[in-house]
Design a protein around this ligand. Structure first.
Ligand code: C2E
Ligand code: MG
Ligand code: MG
Length: 321
């Protein structure tokens, strides 16, 4: 405790064992260091024993780090879009923009492989800026060519949110693209908001005053205080997919999902279920009046061209993988 603030300090530990992991101090320390990075990647506050596959991963990590540096300039990023569905009507209410990296000739690389690296080397800031501009500009194109305006949701990383000019950037991009602030939804995780509660609340209030919608992503997985959540001007709770995948039958207790839906309703927040994959989960969510859902059952994330076709065909279409 420092003055009135309680600071929570955690430790990440990497362990290497003599002689299996190295016979010299230098090698042992290097391998323990590699293992420590894995402990951090696993969410910090844990320990990892070194194993040789970690070296292969560390090499891949270095390669990604070297290649991601020029990726923006080489135009290698692309946004995919996944529709969000009103569970009552089956209509599309909006889309979430999801980042993909065209690297090599294979399938686009998923965020799990590169976002944390881009965060570590600070590149997530210019990348996030590009994502926001691209998503707003694409949404504006769709909205000017269609009668029913839809929202576009954009994921915001901790580092972007912590930039002093974050709010100004959002405002400038909205102005530049012409997208109405009400149609932009920023997805932020609990952990990011809780890092600095006072400054988070200030930024959120400014965004809210401008009309931007605010969503808590992966709700239920972070460390957060419900009383703080009430102070943030949140519009949407996105129930993390791990809870949705726990629903095994229609009468399944699915207690966390039910509780979050109930809480969202009481706090007057919209609730979106992430990762809806089957009819059982859909029936469960509908029976508990969950407003919106997103998941492979409705559509995988798809590129802008395919998404345009989806909008033209109408929302009842379930896309192939
Ligand atoms: P998220 O924001 O929670 O996004 C949902 C993730 O679940 C997406 O993974 C999506 O493809 C996947 N998903 C959707 N429906 C289903 C389903 O029915 N079943 C399963 N198992 N998964 C489903 P993706 O695209 O790989 O993105 C992973 C995470 O990377 C995102 O989680 C988000 O935290 C982050 N991310 C994605 N794009 C961006 C971005 O532009 N900026 C930042 N900062 N983070 C991003
Ligand atoms: Mg998200
Ligand atoms: Mg999520």
């Amino acid at each position: 405790q420092i003055d009135s603030r309680v600071l929570i300090v955690t430790t990440s530990i990497g362990i290497s064992v003599y002689p299996d992991d190295g016979v010299t101090a230098e090698v042992l320390i290097k391998n323990a260091d590699t293992a420590m990075y894995f402990a951090k990647e696993k969410g910090r506050n844990n320990y990892q024993f070194f194993n040789s596959s970690m070296n292969a991963r560390a090499v891949e990590r270095q390669q990604i780090e070297a290649n991601i540096r020029g990726a923006l300039d080489r135009n290698e990023f692309v946004l995919y879009y996944q529709p969000k569905i009103n569970l009552d009507t089956g209509g599309i209410t909006g889309a979430e923009a999801l980042l993909r990296w065209r690297y090599g000739n294979d399938e686009p690389v998923l965020p799990a492989r590169f976002i944390s690296i881009a965060e570590d080397c600070g590149l997530i800031v210019p990348i996030g800026h590009w994502v926001l501009r691209e998503a707003c500009s694409q949404a504006q194109k769709w909205n000017t060519s269609s009668l029913t305006p839809m929202t576009i949701a954009v994921n915001i990383s901790a580092l972007e949110f912590a930039q002093a000019n974050f709010f100004e950037n959002v405002r400038a991009i909205l102005e530049e693209t012409g997208l109405a602030p009400q149609l932009l939804e920023l997805e932020i995780t609990e952990g990011v908001l809780m890092r600095d509660v006072i400054s988070s609340a200030e930024i959120l209030q400014k965004l809210k005053a401008m009309g931007v919608q605010l969503a808590i992503d992966d709700f239920g997985t972070g460390y957060s205080s419900l009383s703080y959540l009430k102070q943030f001007p949140i519009d949407v709770l996105k129930i993390d997919q791990s809870f949705v995948s726990d629903i095994l039958s229609c009468d399944d207790e699915g207690v966390i999902v039910s509780a979050v839906i109930g809480m969202g309703n009481s706090l007057k927040m919209r609730v979106v279920a992430e990762g809806v994959e089957n009819q059982t989960q859909l029936a469960f969510l509908k029976a508990r009046n969950c407003e919106e859902g997103q998941g492979y059952l409705f559509s995988h994330p798809i590129d802008a061209e395919y998404y345009t076709k989806l909008l033209k065909q109408g929302s009842e279409v379930v896309c192939p993988a």
